[in-house]
Design a protein around this ligand. Sequence first.
Ligand SMILES: C[S@@+](CC[C@H](N)C(=O)[O-])C[C@H]1O[C@@H](n2cnc3c(N)ncnc32)[C@H](O)[C@@H]1O
Length: 253
Amino acid sequence: MTVENDIAYGIHAVASLVENRSKRLQEVLINRDRRDKRVQRVIDLCKDGQIKIKFLERQAFDRLIKKYQLEEVPHQGILAQTTPMETLSEHDLWPLLEQTSEPIFLILDGVTDPHNIGACLRTADATGVTALIVPKDKSATLTAAAIKIASGAAETIPFIQVTNLARTMRSLQDKGVWIVGTAGEADHSLHQARFKGPLALVMGAEGSGMRRLTRETCDELINIPMLGQVSSLNVSVATGVCLYEIVRQRLAN
Ligand SMILES: C[S@@+](CC[C@H](N)C(=O)[O-])C[C@H]1O[C@@H](n2cnc3c(N)ncnc32)[C@H](O)[C@@H]1O
């Protein structure tokens, strides 16, 4: 399924764009048949924020859903027309590094499921991550699905696409960033690691984990203890576990 990233869908995603007064937001489109309390709240928010709303007859709304190939997604009868989400490149990384005293970069090496990208963005926002870094190839981008799952975090976390991930990692290391990779077979656990100073956390792809060069470029590899029969966690769950351990250690100091 391809979805444009100049459309956001679903009550939560559209409400966050309105609440955050997103500069990307152009117009909210609502199926006239949908008039429950939650949709009414979005309508009120739009009126307060002087955002343009268009109520469409069911057939016209369905035509839009078809045009944007959103038949399979939970759009809840509400869409927002937006300008495309801004993606950044490696050049945008260095000012972010300079502006932040103890940055945490989250690197996703080849994560392809937009749901995982969205969930990682959401957790990244909650845990004070400075930016999300992904390789340009072999990675999901900020699709409408990822933006929706991110629940507003796609607006707050810089999304940086780099052409050569290993080179970016080495440049981060040259600038004093300690790079921690995650792999089930690492010889020490996340709870034994000490997360101090500028940090980058690297997560691997859903099926194959981190690529060899990415893994070799890390300064340290950690595992998340797995006490049952299953060998690994979903990447967005693993991201949450690691980021919250980093937050726990930083708050304890
Ligand atoms: C589904 S796992 C990939 C499993 C893959 N077979 C492997 O060997 O890496 C996706 C990513 O989640 C993270 N992850 C999942 N479970 C983990 C664990 N127990 N320890 C460390 N990282 C884990 C890692 O970043 C991993 O690359």
